[in-house]
Write a protein that binds this ligand. Structure first.
Ligand code: URA
Length: 257
């Protein structure tokens, strides 16, 4: 035996359960796909839906359904460029953020959910995951992951906003605890960036309302050190890799991961 001990075996799952959980159909439908030879592993048809499949990271490279690569197994993290006008909810009326994902991905169990929310009229970078532990790591106050927003304002800045936001004393209406300090970078009289580590309800809009201004457009362009890539058009998403997860927690000032 090596000093590191035996390598741990990957978890296994019945084929019908694996594919039903990924939204490919009911277990009965999956059994039908298998019998028809439409599911292949390493090129071989898998005809028994009760066969156990090892959940190895390379499974999407090895399994096909109707000659298409298998969807990513549970444990996904997505980076999505939220356009204005879509709601971060599973059930409200109007266009929903989940409508930007492939239909099959919306039937997954565990479900893919947003990590926090952006208002309907806010655009920018949002993360989605089916990994509850990762979601909690990202939103945990202990992690203090900074989020940067580009703000357009109705009225010119007065000049004292940066000091007020940085003071850690600003109280939002209806709350009994002041905001943690927020960093502000002024671009011009009506444009600025703010970086916050909390995520209170409508926080940026309410911060500017508290000092007598009004946010006319809001866009989140950074979470931790993860920038909204110019290549990700509004409405588009991509799978995150390990380096993206590292970037979320890597920003200066971010606490322990
Ligand atoms: N602050 C807001 O006011 N809205 C958002 O969507 C995010 C932060």
């Amino acid at each position: 035996m090596s000093a590191a001990g035996p390598a741990s075996k990957p978890a296994t799952l019945r084929l019908d359960k694996l594919l039903a959980n990924l939204g490919y159909g009911s277990r009965r439908e999956i059994a039908g796909l298998a019998r028809a030879g439409r599911i292949r592993l390493d090129g071989e048809a898998l005809r028994d839906a009760d066969r156990r499949i090892a959940l190895t990271p390379d499974l999407p490279d090895r399994m096909t359904i109707d000659a298409e690569r298998l969807d990513p197994p549970p444990g996904v993290l997505l980076l999505l460029h939220k356009p204005e006008g879509v709601t971060c909810s599973h059930k409200e009326a109007g266009p929903l953020i989940y409508g930007l994902l492939p239909a099959r991905w919306r039937r997954r169990d565990p479900a893919i959910s947003t990590v926090g929310r952006l208002d309907k009229e806010t655009s920018g970078l949002i993360l989605l995951t089916d990994d509850g532990a990762l979601l909690h790591r990202i939103i945990s106050p202990k992690a203090s992951v900074p989020k940067r927003y580009q703000v357009s304002l109705d009225r010119p800045l007065r000049g004292d906003e940066g000091a007020i936001f940085a003071s850690g004393t600003l109280m939002l209406e209806g709350e009994d605890r002041p905001l943690l300090p927020v960093a502000m970078q002024v671009h011009d009289a009506t444009h600025a960036a703010v970086t916050l580590t909390e995520g209170r309800y409508h926080q940026v809009r309410r911060m500017f309302a508290a000092i007598g201004n009004h946010v006319t457009a809001l866009h989140r362009d950074r979470i931790g050190a993860l920038d909204l890539s110019a290549a990700l058009a509004p409405g588009a998403f991509r799978l995150a890799g390990e380096e993206d997860v590292a970037a979320i927690f890597a920003a200066p000032g971010a606490g322990p991961a």
